[in-house]
Write a protein that binds this ligand. Structure first.
Ligand code: NAP
Ligand code: MG
Length: 494
């Protein structure tokens, strides 16, 4: 069924989003009673008031989470029992896709249909995958001499705090919280201040699935007053973060200043995408290069530096511009929208400052302006700069908006050098039809993931994360369980 704009508008009219925090199995106001407004960036209208939690609310949530962990009410259930509960959660996500995608769209501006048709089904599938995996993980017996038995077992950590950003609010929350829960931990989730709604809704679904009260908690509010107390808390055993590199570094400090909690960081990126002249299907490569505008360019792994070999440069740029036009900003409730609104005014202005910088450093080839839709100016046309070199700010810094910087190169060695000349190392792409070159360049690129003849591949089946200042640790795949467990060795003499 193709849902019309009227379909979604009717849904909006009937929607009354919950804005309270979720502690010990109940929706609660902040202890201070304070709230802050949640604004739809596509219209400027308020959609809800969100509980403004602070340190006292964090203390309460962590103490409840710890008590429940120590009681064993979840941690001591068998992996198969936890699987059954999490499979129910996967089904509930599927059943609530309409509301979840609408909340996501209203909260941070993404096209509702993209969320409904792609992101939510994938997310349900992700939860199912994690649930199915958890009772198929075997522990180890060490190859000791007879007379000694050494068991190596995974153990849950205790209270895991998850602090997440606003670009894929529900995805990021689930990528952290679900494997943490699967391992038997208790969780305290802090969504970004700009996008609390789906995290709050998730709490209802987690409870309905059968996770005991107090095992999963959501504390809404700001970074300094909720994120920092979580990072500094003596009873938080592990802090899983996705967000900017700058804030990621804060969490390393918080850990050092408190209890040396484990800190897992998924931070920024400035991913290179190298297109060689020997690529067989250059039209497809251009189409995929324009994927940089997906989710308004608010994607950490987005291929934002496009490196094009000299001989094909001008024709290739023209093809990328052709495909960029598909991403014309549109009302996020329009089912045909491929690009919606930026997350908030402040971020729109920040991205536009980069666009202005780009105009002084390089050549504007397309876009470069805001568009007003339904009275909101949080829409930015896909923007492409050519004549960029890797020393420019638009090539070095993460813009986190619909801005593509195109760099011309002559040789493979030069392309690799430019690609690796970044503080980040999240993803990298290479387009070529030469098999040896594909392997050679993939090996040379310093990134957590390299994609060949495609971009931005993400799946529950494979690890996701970065090197250098893009962070550490990996979400997705069986390796994600490593983040939320520690290894216990037990020696037995017989
Ligand atoms: P952010 O400003 O770093 O915020 C991320 C989270 O940290 C939010 O919940 C935020 O709370 C909290 N926070 C902010 N300041 C804090 C502080 N001083 N102490 C403790 N917590 C604090 O990032 P964002 O603007 O939401 O998201 C964009 C960034 O996320 C980009 O850099 C992007 O690359 C990165 N990202 C990375 C990945 C990845 O997997 N590598 C995925 C998605 C996004 P408030 O919202 O309340 O400030
Ligand atoms: Mg919002």
């Amino acid at each position: 069924m193709n849902r019309s704009i009227e379909f979604w508008q009717t849904k909006v009219a009937g929607l009354k989003p919950e804005g309270r925090a979720f502690i010990d199995g109940k929706y609660v106001d902040s202890i201070s009673g304070k709230t802050f407004p949640c604004i739809n960036p596509a219209t400027g209208k308020e959609i809800a008031q969100i509980a403004e939690c602070e340190r006292a609310d964090v203390d309460l949530a962590v103490s409840v989470a710890k008590r429940r962990f120590d009681s064993g009410v979840w941690a001591k259930r068998s992996p198969t029992e936890r699987k059954t509960v999490l499979l129910k959660l996967a089904a509930l996500i599927q059943d609530n896709m309409e509301e979840l995608s609408l909340l996501e769209s209203l909260d941070m501006g993404k096209p509702v249909e993209v969320s409904y048709a792609y992101e939510m089904p994938e997310l349900g599938g992700y939860v199912q995958w994690v649930a199915e995996a958890v009772d198929k993980l075997y522990d180890e017996v060490a190859p000791t001499a007879l007379g000694d038995l050494a068991l190596i077992r995974r153990e849950a950590l205790g209270v895991v705090a998850c602090v997440v950003p606003w670009n894929f609010p529900l995805d990021m929350a689930i990528w952290k919280c679900v494997p943490a829960l699967a391992m038997g931990n208790s969780v305290v989730l802090k969504p970004a201040e700009q996008s609390s709604l789906t995290a709050i809704k998730l709490a209802e679904l987690v409870k309905a699935a059968g996770v005991p009260d107090g095992v999963f908690n959501v504390v809404t509010g700001f970074g300094e007053t909720v994120g920092a107390p979580l990072g500094l808390h003596m009873d938080v055993a592990c802090l899983a973060f996705t967000g900017s590199t700058e804030v990621g570094k804060h969490f390393l400090r918080y850990s050092a200043e408190s209890n040396m909690k484990l800190v897992w960081l998924e931070c920024g990126g400035k991913s290179p995408n190298i297109v060689f002249a020997d690529t067989e299907n250059l039209d497809q490569a251009a189409k995929l290069a324009a994927r940089v505008f997906y989710n308004q360019g608010e994607v950490c792994s987005s291929p934002t530096r496009l490196l094009v070999e000299e001989g094909i440069h001008d024709d290739f740029v023209a093809q990328v511009i052709k495909y960029a036009k598909d991403y014309e900003p549109t009302d996020p409730l329009d089912p045909n929208a491929l690009m919606g609104a930026m997350v908030e005014d402040i971020h729109t202005q920040r991205v536009m400052r980069y666009v202005e910088t780009g105009k002084t450093e390089a050549t504007l080839a397309y876009g470069g302006e805001q568009v007003v839709i339904n009275g909101s100016s949080n829409f930015i046309r896909p923007t492409i700069f050519t004549g960029v070199n890797n020393e420019m700010r638009i090539a070095k810094e993460e813009i986190f908006g619909p801005v593509l910087s195109i760099i011309k190169f002559k040789t493979e060695a030069e392309a690799i050098e430019i690609a690796n000349d970044s503080i980040y190392g999240l993803m990298a792409s290479v387009f070529t039809s030469n098999l040896s070159r594909a392997h050679r360049v993939s090996e040379a690129l310093k990134a957590g993931t390299v994609t060949v003849n495609t971009v931005d591949m993400v799946s529950p089946l494979v690890p996701f994360g970065g090197v250098k200042q893009s962070g550490n640790g990996r979400d997705n795949s069986l390796h994600a369980f490593d983040k939320y467990s520690s290894l216990k060795t037990t020696w037995i003499k017989y």
